[in-house]
Design a protein around this ligand. Sequence first.
Ligand code: COA
Length: 485
Amino acid sequence: MAINWTEAQIEEVIHAVIKNLNGGTPTAKSGWDGAQYNGRSYIGVYTDMNDAIDAATAGYKAVRAMSLEEREKVISAIRDLCRKEAPIMASLGVNETKMGRVEHKIAKHVLVADKTPGTSDIVAQVKTGDYGLTLTEMAPFGVVGSITPSTNPSETVICNSIGMIAAGNGVVFNPHPNAIATSNYAVDLVNRACAQAGGPRVLVASVVKPTLDTAQIMYKHPNIRLLVCTGGPGVVKSVLSSGKKAIGAGAGNPPVIVDDTADIRKAAKDIIDGCSFDNNLPCIAEKEVFAFKNIADELISGMLANGAYKITAEQAEKLANIVLVDTKNPKTGIVKKTVSRDCVGRDASVLLEKIGVRVGAEVRCIICETKFDHPFVQHELMMPILPIVRVNDIDEAIDLAVKAEHGCRHTAHMHSKNIDHLTRFARAVETTIFVKNAPSYAGIGFGGEGHTTFTIAGPTGEGLTSARSFTRYRRCVMSDNFRII
Ligand code: COA
């Protein structure tokens, strides 16, 4: 999968697609807001959440009336448009959120188009015996309420739409308030694709101004049967306390262990590739490294040869005071460090400039050597800063890596050829995703086997969600007959 688009190529595709879309002149950087794009209203985006839920309810009825073949035709049209308009959504996402990298966001959209499972993920189970036949089917919930993040906004909307529609549901979205235009562009894209494939004009819906209040309307509305939340800890907690069936995909802090049996050159490249992908926004990305002390120097020089820039302990302190800020909880008055919104997902060169270091675009990631208790190790930064902690042996590596993961049980990585070490760490860390000897994104199907998703539901146990995660089991019993052997 190509991820090396030049800016000129991206501009060219954006212009071509917008021209096709509007018959007008593209103004991709300024011509959009939460409800329209270049003067054309988004389809399926409403002012009132209740209207959006009504539209999604009608969408659900339409999906139920479709044959599987028709449903798959709609999904195939969504995949095609997602590939075609990936550069627009990537560019919108970076412009609106100021986070991430356009060429990587293009790759993420293509990944979603190619590797999000459709209706083939829905399978029936059968049991036959002396008393006849029992069929268990994966049925839709009805209308799903989906809370989406600012880190992977349109990717999550399209990935959720494919899976939820494949399962036979309707969907209403409440996108992150900092990524409304990008997320609603994706809602509009799903609806345009649906209409092109002969489906209804509005299949999925959203609101012009999503807030926690519109989310509350969604939580309480009787038509919403399932809530799915991909986001930061606050919003995941609010969904899980809603009293409704909920799927929660929340925070992680993925550690990486590199032992002295690993292919160190490859490990160095893989780690920098994964850590710097979309400026560390994917929640699976490498966040801190525990390196055996006898290979740490070689690992660091391999990282430097692959686009890393090493800062001193003093510079790390200075940077830590910029990227982490004191935040007071208005309810409890307790002050704690949180990541600065102005630093999440920024280029390494932008972060370095904040401490007076000027580097070119070839620098993809900032590395530094720290102790275990350094804030860079303890906080999920979601920016291309990678602390490296030297360890004596596998016992210390596993102990510290498990502690740094903070029990999120999200993702962990290891570079090693020692199967005992690999097995021990996987058992101890208990994460939803465990990647061995590859960049983190192999864990979501990018250069690795298996399907993709940006909704990784560790807390509620669905794991890497797909169509079947958005279903409920129903049993149908035929007494005495249909066992034909
Ligand atoms: N709809 C409505 N409100 C939302 C929302 C949504 N979809 N998503 C978040 N919010 C709310 C939050 O609850 C929070 O409200 P509060 O201030 O009253 O607590 C507010 O919007 C700000 O959201 P938050 O995202 O926590 O803060 P931020 O914008 O400053 O932080 C990030 C940005 C990137 C650090 C944060 O969004 C994050 O941690 N994202 C991780 C997302 C992710 O991909 N997680 C799952 C991976 S599987």
